[in-house]
Write a protein that binds this ligand. Structure first.
Ligand SMILES: [Zn+2]
Length: 268
């Protein structure tokens, strides 16, 4: 939990040594500002978060929440104050559900029923994820995911590729391990939701890398290391920044470590 009431009843982020009040259950919470976990408010020792839908938060959550501003973050919803929406747009009540870890089919359905006007944003970072742009301009994805639950969603699903996002429009024959959709830049997504725009400095950051494959598809990756992992045969890749500017870069060749060499070769 990122926001708790302070003594004056304002919702504030955790600061070292502070105590606050949980905006949902109104119990006391303590600021956790250690090095291991991201800064958060925690309930009393031995108590889990009072919202059963809460997941362990990451820098990824914080970055999106920072873009939404405090007013839009962790909005308690429901007649019985059942749940905290990660981000809720005040004018039309659109909820953005930030999902980093595995979620069950039933919970996908429960959350959609509860929030109604909901968009999912799934972080693809912890998973082997491959995105390509086909010659017809359509984006495709494949991943080795435990998250075979996306296809339970009936509300819009966006996959966060780090830079661009992929709005899923369909799944492959084996469900959500593969699928297709529309690729949109981070700037476009931010403007769709109405979040704080990227600053000039942020726009200089890396969006992604791309490489043209033999079959004419363009492979996208978060890092040059990822391109290598995906067995790209090309020596050069295109670097894209968040403003959409591109430059050509060399894909580094990383020599095999001593344990990866064939022992028979080493003897000579
Ligand atoms: Zn609570």
């Amino acid at each position: 939990m990122f926001l708790a009431f302070d003594a004056a009843g304002q919702r504030v982020p955790p600061t070292k040594g502070a105590d606050g009040t949980c905006p949902r259950c109104l119990r006391v919470v303590h600021a956790k500002c250690g090095k291991q976990k991201i800064r958060h408010w925690a309930h009393e020792k031995g108590m889990n978060d009072c919202d059963p839908w809460a997941e362990s938060e990451t820098q990824w959550h914080r970055d999106w929440q920072a873009r939404a501003g405090l007013e839009w973050c962790e909005v308690v919803m429901g007649e019985l104050r059942e749940h905290r929406a990660d981000i809720r747009r005040p004018d039309d009540g659109l909820v953005i559900e930030l999902q980093h870890s595995y979620i069950k089919h039933e919970e996908v359905r429960e959350r959609e029923a509860f929030y109604g006007n909901l968009w999912w944003v799934f972080n693809t970072e912890p998973w082997r994820f491959r995105a390509e742009i086909a010659a017809d301009g359509r984006a495709r994805f494949r991943w080795m995911s435990r998250r075979r639950t996306l296809d339970a969603a009936t509300r819009p699903v966006y996959l966060d590729l780090g830079g661009p996002l992929l709005r899923v429009t369909g799944y492959g024959p084996q469900g959500c391990v593969s699928g297709f959709g529309e690729l949109l830049s981070r700037t476009e997504f931010i403007s769709r939701v109405g979040l704080r725009p990227l600053s000039d400095e942020e726009l200089k950051q890396t969006s992604h890398y791309s490489v043209l494959q033999r079959d004419g598809d363009i492979l996208l990756a978060r890092s040059l290391e990822d391109l290598r992992t995906w067995d790209s045969q090309d020596a050069m890749a295109t670097h894209h920044d968040l403003a959409g500017r591109t430059s050509v870069v060399k894909i580094p060749v990383i020599p095999l470590g001593p344990f990866e060499r064939d022992p028979a070769v080493r003897e000579h």
